[in-house]
Every structure is written in C-alpha cells, then in structure tokens.
Design a protein. Structure first.
Length: 209
C-alpha cells in the first residue's frame, strides 16, 4: 500500500527565532467545507447599547442555519485571558490587541467571529483591523447615552454616576464614535429583533463564498 505524501510548508522565521506553525488544512479549505467565508464582525458601542444581546441572537440564528459562528465578549475575556488588565486607556488598547489576535486565530480556522467590545477609541479599533486584515467589518451599535443609562442592564451607569467606577465609558471616559463603520445599527430607533435582522442580513451578504 502506497503511503500518502504531504507537502510541507517551509517554516517562516519572524526574526525572533519564532516559527509560527503552518497547518495542512488551509483557511480556504475550511471555508469551502463550511460553505461560507470566515472573518470578524466587530461590534462597538456604549455599554447598554445592545451589542451582546444582538450578537447572541445573531449567533443563534446563523448557527441554526448552518454557519460556523462564535462570539467573543468583552466581559468573558476580562474574566480570564485579560483578567490582569484595568480600564486605563493603555489597558484597553492591550485588551483589544489580545482579543484581535484571538479573533484572528478563530477566523483562520473557519469561524465567523462576532466580537462584542465597547472599544471606545479609534486607535484600538484600527489595531484590531490591522491584526485581522482579511474580512474585518466594523459595526457601530449606536444608542443615545440617556437610553443606555435607562437600560443599565448591569447597573454600571448607576455605580459610575455615584463615583464607584473610574474611567467608565460615556461617564468618565469619552467614546469616539466610528467615522465610517461598515454598518450602523441604531438601537434607540430600532427594536432588538430588527437590529438583529440587520446584522444577520449584513453577515449573509458579506460572507458568501
């Protein structure tokens, strides 16, 4: 019985004696297997704007339709991988850099990643874009600050307004709205159901093979 032969991809030296591993199953082959392109949909917006809610509903809908889709959420990563970071501007940038690297790995293995992060600064969002490179889409989930304070699902605005949370975005730290997002969803004007459908429709149209 003839043994199978494999083509070995030459190792790439990053210049620091580090050689990132190159697997035999390419991103293209994974995309063909799953029936759609992979990439990252980055949802940015104030706390309480509805990012995580919309991402979770969109994930369920897409999964049920056969998409290979996963969520990365800010609070989840801060409870583990990024637990050592605070909410200073520098730590926020590092939080996004690490998350961008994780999202990139997921995308390379065929996932559509829904990343839900406040990500308040242009610089941090552009850092993520530069890491992802291919199939990165920025979605601004917009809501008026008064609506976010009224919703306050985690009780964070109440704490921030009472001085219990420093550097809270929208209260103690500015949120820099994206200038040219790939999609804007206004949850002050649209229901959660309509907002979710906007996101799902956008993903389906942009991740076709």
């Amino acid at each position: 019985m003839k043994s199978a032969t494999c083509e070995v991809t030459p190792l790439k030296n990053t210049g620091k004696n580090i050689y990132p591993h190159q697997g035999f199953v390419s991103r293209k082959k994974r995309n063909q297997e799953f029936g759609h392109e992979s990439g990252v949909v980055w949802l940015t917006g104030l706390s309480g704007a509805g990012k995580s809610t919309i991402a979770t509903l969109a994930e369920r809908m897409l999964f049920q339709q056969g998409y290979n889709v996963s969520i990365l959420d800010g609070d989840t990563l801060r409870s583990g991988l990024n637990a050592d970071l605070d909410f200073s501007r520098e730590s926020r940038e590092e939080n996004l850099r690490r998350t961008g690297e994780v999202a990139s790995l997921f995308a390379e293995t065929g996932h559509i990643v829904l990343a839900s992060f406040i990500s308040p600064h242009h610089e941090g969002r552009e850092t993520v874009r530069s890491i992802i490179e291919n199939n990165f889409y920025l979605v601004h989930v917009h809501a008026e600050i008064d609506d976010c304070i009224t919703r306050d699902p985690k009780g964070l605005y109440k704490k921030a307004l009472l001085g219990g949370i420093e550097n809270f975005t929208g209260i103690g730290q500015e949120y820099e709205e994206p200038e040219n997002p790939d999609l804007e969803i206004n949850t002050s004007a649209c229901s959660i159901a309509d907002s979710t459908m906007k996101l799902v429709t956008f993903i389906k149209s942009n991740f076709q093979l």
